[in-house]
Design a protein around this ligand. Sequence first.
Ligand code: PLP
Length: 488
Amino acid sequence: MIEALPSRGVPAEQVLTELKALRDKDLPTHGGRLFAYVYDPAVAGLDDLAMSAYALSAHVNGLDPTAFPSLLATENALVAAAARVLGAGPRTSAPEVVGSVTSGGTESLILAVKAARDARPGIEHPRMVLPVTAHPAFFKAAHYLQVQADGVPVDGQTFQADPEAIARAITPDTVLVVCSAPSYAHGVVDPVTEIAAIALRHNIRCHVDACFGGWALPFLKRLGVDLPAFDFSVPGVTSMSVDLHKYAYCPKGVSVLLHRDAELRKPQFFAFADWPGYTMINPVISSTRSGGPIAAAFATLRHIGDEGYLKLAGQTRDAVQGLAKAVSDVDGLRLLAPAETTVVCFTSDDPRLDLFVLADELSSRGWHTQPQLPYAAMPASIHLTVTAAVAPQVPAFGPALAEAVEAARAHGPVRLPDELLAMAAALTPDQLTPDLVAGLAETFGLTGEAGAGGRMAEVNTILAAAPPRLRERMLIEFVSLLQRPAFS
Ligand SMILES: *Cc1c(COP(=O)(O)O)cnc(C)c1O
């Protein structure tokens, strides 16, 4: 057990050795074999630069931009860069775009929903319309802000948002319409032009969530990839989000939320003067904010530069095509959506080839993918987020996949006792006790003590058998088990 507060302080070198030992159990953040969570451009020297910049500004506080003008200057530069990448700025049809730097995509989306809600104070029960493929952060925003989220089904073949279904779901209380460019799960770009036109017709805000691909799609387009329009050049798009800690390859903790003009942004802000302390104005959710991630992002963008991102996008596109071909070459596997952005998402048509077993077989060979549970009419799938660092790994992926598929077929599909699966399907969320989940976690060895990357097929099979509300409950009970103070 590791102790955070020893009675006598531990020498710096020893602390780092201990941390490194802990980090050894994590999935590898570099090397292009982890297809989720991390974004690696494999640019030599970039990590050192970003960490030096981080250290320079780690103790700067974003609470007050007048006290730390370095932060204001770098934030304004990041917002200008994001605006330019996303089709806005002085020489475009969206010359007045403004924005804020946030801690991540979730914060950007919560603020977009807040701005939309607070711009319409006359609406007592505000609602938002979004495709079911939209990121969960919107549902979290709806939950936090008491906005009703009206999720609408997507096209069953393309997984694109359905503009007509969105139009039908709009009510007089709708304050926001949402679409993705692209969606995280399948990497599919929604028909933004059609959806934004509907929003414009109803005089409702339209947010394009480009958290995931906002720093990749524009460069892919410049390389000739045929993608629909999705940015501020589209009439009716009122706000956009782009995570710099994804395809801008910055260390974690930086996203940008853009609004078409300053009026649209104002209801995002929170100011407070009704107390005896300092007067407070917070453009974003956090008050005290470290300058570290912002300085690191500024250094990353400036070092890679526009040409650098174009080159990285080319490497990513080549890697996506290589992985997609490797998948298509395997009997029984099928791409779930065309691999046109930075995602490869595939499913199995062979009942003897269990995707969850396949994911484990890949993982045990050092390839860490992201299994996705079946949802509505969509089958289970495996998701690969592809970054530039994957390119050199592509030649090794095909043979590894073929071998893992062989092994998964030899292993056969997960077979769990029928009673267990029936229970997962029939239990109501409040019947799920902490003891029951503790028992399951014990059975499957999920105590959080082994390193990452263990076998998950059984757990995924149980989750897959449960309806979404029960899946949520299981996850809450499970993490509540994991997150316990480490007393020694
Ligand atoms: C990652 C992501 C988010 C949420 O971003 P966080 O940085 O994880 O909070 C929102 N939307 C999409 C499409 C994403 O991929």
